[in-house]
Design a binder for this molecule. Structure first.
Ligand SMILES: Nc1ncnc2c1ncn2[C@@H]1O[C@H](COP(=O)(O)OP(=O)(O)O)[C@@H](O)[C@H]1O
Ligand SMILES: [Mg+2]
Length: 240
């Protein structure tokens, strides 16, 4: 589904991603962990071209999205992204937050988008909030809405950048539960998170990033039971 070859990204003379190559197959749930500043967010943001790579190529679903004439908007629509800080439109109802993009981009007619929004809201048990505004929701509710808003575009891939890091602890579970259901339905997911329980339970592969490199990766059981690199061991000793 995604093929990354020799991806590098610099901000000025600061090299943040250093010649990174990676392949993600359909249906995989790749969990990305690593210390702050290691390049996790930049990696994710390069995958959907929120950041322009300095070098290298990214192929998504057979298209080279880093090609100069690639249709960036069309590509981005096929990748849902969920951020730490929800990024809901504060001046719009929940219903409008969810229906806006599918209607604006011509993916759905208004009625179709409304029906889809209701279906998605029912699925995360928030239908009664359809006409509320984001400020009237808890953090956990806002993040569940951010997830279904991304799903309303019927993406082929979902990217999550620390989706539970800004939440009060008692709200983390409800968001992870929605992500877990999505994983069970077969969605291809790339998730940056510090939730090691989620990595173990849902991940098909764990990538450990350090200093702009993917230093080590493995399937979750082996990754946690038997990390190879000293930096990985040190990191895990702090977070487990
Ligand atoms: N827009 C930017 N401009 C300049 N430096 C940036 C920018 N975004 C990220 N960085 C730098 O790139 C490095 C990696 O950042 P990031 O990808 O956010 O790491 P992580 O998500 O692993 O914490 C950090 O040193 C950060 O300061
Ligand atoms: Mg980050």
């Amino acid at each position: 589904m995604i093929d990354v070859k020799h991806l590098s990204k610099s901000f000025g003379d600061h090299l943040v991603l250093d010649d990174l190559s990676e392949h993600i197959s359909p249906g995989e749930k790749v969990v990305v962990i690593g210390p702050s500043g290691s390049g996790k967010s930049t990696f994710l943001r390069c995958l959907n071209l929120l950041e322009t790579p300095s070098a290298g190529t990214i192929t998504f679903d057979g298209m080279e999205i880093t090609a100069p004439k690639a249709d960036i908007d069309a590509i981005r629509r096929q990748m849902g992204m969920v951020f730490q800080h929800f990024n809901l439109f504060p001046n719009m109802t929940i219903r409008k937050n969810i229906t806006l993009a599918p209607v604006r981009t011509g993916l759905m007619k208004q009625e179709e988008a409304e029906a889809e929004a209701e279906k998605l809201l029912r699925r995360v048990d928030l239908l009664e909030k359809a006409d509320a505004y984001p400020a009237q929701l808890s953090g956990g509710q806002k993040q569940r809405i951010a997830i279904v808003r991304a799903l309303a575009m019927r993406p082929k891939l979902m990217l999550f950048d620390e989706p539970t890091s800004a939440l009060d602890p008692e709200m983390v579970g409800e968001v992870l539960e929605v992500m877990k259901e999505l994983a069970d339905e077969g969605m291809t997911m790339v998730v940056v998170t510090h939730e090691m329980g989620f990595a173990r339970e849902v991940g098909t592969r764990v990538l450990f990033m350090d200093g702009g490199h993917i230093l080590e990766q493995n399937e979750p059981h082996a990754f946690f039971a038997d990390p190879k690199e000293p930096r990985t061991k040190e990191f895990l000793s702090k977070v487990l």
